[in-house]
Design a binder for this molecule. Structure first.
Ligand code: SAH
Length: 213
């Protein structure tokens, strides 16, 4: 089956799983996941599952990405911070919906590869940083201090407080929190300077690596 037909089936699967935001569905309809997976996994690109990337990492499951994007209530004027660029697939989806995406990846090999694919795809609203995601967007260009939305696509063993400091007033952050066996998607909102933390659903991500561990 042609990739575009497989992509259409994936969209139907997302709809059956309660993803209804037209902007999110349009993003999934636009971004070719086959361009972001390793060449040997292209034929599996539209299975609704994570797939291996280099360095023991994974490209996230499409439904999980769609659920996280829904929780973030994205608007076109948002500036989003993404932790864990990985393949760049989720970065592309986010950058199709919002104004600007700043994305942080620990491994230069993964970031540089994602940069190549995303630039070839024509994105001009994505900024990249190679470094430790626990620190968020620091010593990076543009020198933004705050983000309307923050999405962490690796599992943290505790809520990354440096990231909550970079969440703007009224902002929303999603972050999987737990160990390698059990994680819960945490949804954090900032209201009048206070954090509200809600536990959403169980999830499975690779760990958000702590430097020095
Ligand atoms: N959204 C990506 C998910 C990749 S998996 C995709 O769909 O392709 C999680 C990513 O987080 C991996 O690329 C991993 O290298 C990265 N990562 C792990 N620990 C990190 C850290 N401390 N800082 C930044 N990135 C990290």
């Amino acid at each position: 089956m042609r990739f575009e037909d497989q992509r259409a089936i994936l969209i139907e699967e997302l709809k059956l799983n309660s993803i209804s935001d037209p902007d999110i569905l349009a993003a999934f309809a636009k971004i070719p996941r086959e361009d972001y997976v390793l060449p040997q996994f292209r034929e599996y690109a539209y299975r609704n599952q994570p797939l291996p990337l280099n360095l023991g990492q994974t490209i996230s499951q499409p439904l999980m990405i769609a659920q996280m994007m829904s929780i973030l209530k994205l608007c076109s004027s948002d500036r989003v911070l993404e932790i864990g660029t990985g393949s760049g697939y989720q970065t592309a989806l986010l950058a199709s919906v919002v104004d600007e995406v700043c994305t942080v990846e620990l491994y230069d090999q993964l970031s540089l590869n994602a940069q190549k694919v995303l630039k070839a795809a024509g994105f001009k609203n994505i900024y990249f940083r190679i470094g430790d995601g626990w620190q968020g967007w620091q010593k990076a260009y543009p020198a933004y201090k705050e983000f309307n939305k923050i999405i962490v696509s690796a599992a943290a063993d505790e809520i990354p407080m440096r990231l909550t400091e970079q969440l703007a007033e009224g902002g929303i952050m999603v972050v999987p929190v737990g160990d390698s066996h059990q994680q819960i998607l945490n949804v954090i909102t900032k209201k009048h300077g206070e954090l509200e933390i809600r536990q959403d659903c169980p999830c499975a991500f690779v760990p958000l690596i702590k430097k020095g561990k």
